[in-house]
Design a protein around this ligand. Structure first.
Ligand code: SF4
Length: 508
């Protein structure tokens, strides 16, 4: 009898371990668009359209390559509610008793598959540069996990940007050159855009019908939806974005959501691009003298360093990770995150582009929406659900440690050694948001004071016990202590009032 070969929506790679282990002449591939996956959080319609279009196009490719396929459509005649249900239906129809599956990128699905009443073969997902066993061996016995040390080992192991056993240029890290603000530039090209093909147009129409109530616009859908297009998008980035990527990687402009960012996270995470190939191609641009080292190193660090590290942490930490709340934060996510009214220009810009594009870059996520949620004491589970919903690249293995760990410090310091919080000054330096804001970024208190300025000190003060002893934060606490007592009392009072307004659901 045939075996079933499960291919999930973020496993759209011809080299997937489950496909490699299967036999085209005997086995049946199962792919399913299911309500359990499209509906467990209110995904951005562009994210749903991207994944379903890429699934349908990948299925067509497998069929053309001679695979037998059972593909269930959300709008088909026999819809199924969940992945386990799709497998059971396929088993019944084909007589199959065993399933080959590549381990899913989230515990929820792993657990569901492990409970299946079929013979399950869960294979490693080897589309990563660092195998999970390799990561676990690296993490073993370490008091704390720091991305920087992991990254250096990965550089050595892959040989990426290494010259005679030393890092290219003599330094591991060129972030120092990568913290510049940016100016508007009409010649900046932004990501490569694609006109939707027929398959994608049909998906868009269906998503419009079914998910128009979700936060996010489906207008002007331009994402790549197969591997060939994703390659073109990446080649476009190498030619036009990479040279200037480093310099502007942390900058934010209200009318230029993409700057020189690659916008390939969604393609990597769905399986349309391969991370090691992407790193090697960027390295080749440096070797050929077409892109500077600070840009190439910064880019490779994101993928070889952060992306692999984050994935390692997700699987190391286990299923309970998304429920962590080390700082005991309980406030509701402000309505502004779902497009509600706000006078904060930075939040408005970051949320607005998220609504339009299902995208924001790492600093917008970390230092605007993440920073504010952390300062405002928002329940990290709600922050997690928001990020998982609104970004086209968000799958739990990558989103959860970035949000709960790096951004919200909800894991108590597994991912980051200190919370990423800042006052308005950082945002003013790195963006053009403050110029058009109703608040005054220079005002530390009183009428019109920037909410980041009030809540930054409020946060540090209310979490003093936890953080005052952290050497990386000692300087901030010293600054706070040196301020005049009357000034501090007023900042805390106004911070209290601001939090009370947020709690009452009033816009800020
Ligand atoms: Fe954001 Fe404050 Fe700047 Fe306004 S003044 S854009 S709230 S940082």
């Amino acid at each position: 009898s045939p075996r079933l070969v499960l291919v999930l929506g973020d496993q759209l790679s011809p080299g997937l371990s489950a496909l490699k282990a299967a036999d085209k002449r005997r086995d049946v591939v199962v792919m399913a668009e299911v309500a359990a996956e499209t509906g467990y959080v209110p995904h951005h319609p562009k994210k749903i359209a991207f994944i379903l279009a890429a699934m349908r196009r990948f299925a067509a490719r497998l069929e053309a390559e001679g695979w037998r396929l059972r593909y269930t459509r959300l709008d088909g005649d026999d819809p199924v509610a969940s992945i386990p249900e799709a497998l059971l239906a396929a088993a019944q129809a084909t007589g199959a008793q065993s399933v080959l599956a590549t381990r899913p990128g989230e515990w929820r699905l792993i657990e569901a598959l492990e409970e299946m009443p079929l013979e399950m073969h869960l294979l490693e997902d080897d589309r990563f540069i660092c195998a999970q066993s390799r990561f676990a061996a690296w993490a073993e016995g370490r008091k704390s996990l720091r991305m920087e040390y992991f990254y250096r080992e990965m550089r050595r192991e892959t040989g990426l940007l290494m010259e005679g056993g030393k890092p290219a240029g003599g330094k591991w890290n060129y972030d120092h050159d990568n913290r510049k603000p940016a100016k508007p530039d009409l010649f900046r090209q932004g990501p490569r855009r694609f006109a939707p093909d027929e398959t994608t147009r049909a998906v868009i129409a269906m998503v419009n019908d079914r998910f128009s109530g979700n936060f996010g616009s489906l207008d002007d859908f331009w994402f790549a939806t197969d591997a060939a297009e994703a390659q073109q998008a990446f080649a476009h980035f190498l030619a036009h974005g990479l040279p200037g990527f480093g310099e502007t990687q942390d900058a934010m402009l209200k009318d230029d959501p993409f700057l020189n960012h690659a916008m390939i996270g969604l393609y990597l995470n769905a399986g349309l691009l391969d991370p090691l190939e992407v790193c090697r191609a960027a390295e080749a641009e440096y070797a050929a003298g077409r892109a500077p080292l600070n840009s190439v190193e910064g880019f490779i660090r994101q993928i070889l360093g952060w992306r692999e590290f984050i994935r390692g942490v997700y699987f190391l930490e286990g299923p309970g990770y998304t429920r962590r709340n080390a700082l005991g934060h309980t406030a509701d996510l402000p309505a502004a995150y779902w497009g509600g009214e706000t006078r904060m220009a930075c939040i408005k810009a970051a949320v607005g582009q998220t609504e339009r594009e299902a995208y924001a870059h790492h600093i917008q996520r970390l230092m605007i929406t993440g920073n504010f949620a952390l300062l405002a004491g928002v329940d990290p589970a709600q922050v997690h659900e928001w990020y998982l919903s609104v970004y086209a690249d968000a799958f739990e293995w990558v989103e959860a440690p970035n949000t709960l760990g790096m951004s919200q410090f909800a894991d108590g310091g597994v991912v980051g050694s200190k919370p990423y919080v800042s006052s308005g000054a950082y945002i003013d330096r790195m963006s053009d948001y403050c110029k058009s804001c109703a608040y005054d970024v220079k005002a530390k208190k009183g009428e019109g004071a920037c909410p980041f300025n009030l809540l930054y000190w409020h946060f540090l003060n209310r979490h003093r016990e936890r953080f005052a002893g952290n050497p990386r934060m000692a300087q901030m606490y010293r600054t706070w202590e040196r301020m005049d007592a009357g000034h501090r009392a007023q900042v805390l009072r106004e911070g209290d009032a601001l939090l009370a307004r947020l709690e009452a659901g009033a816009p800020v």
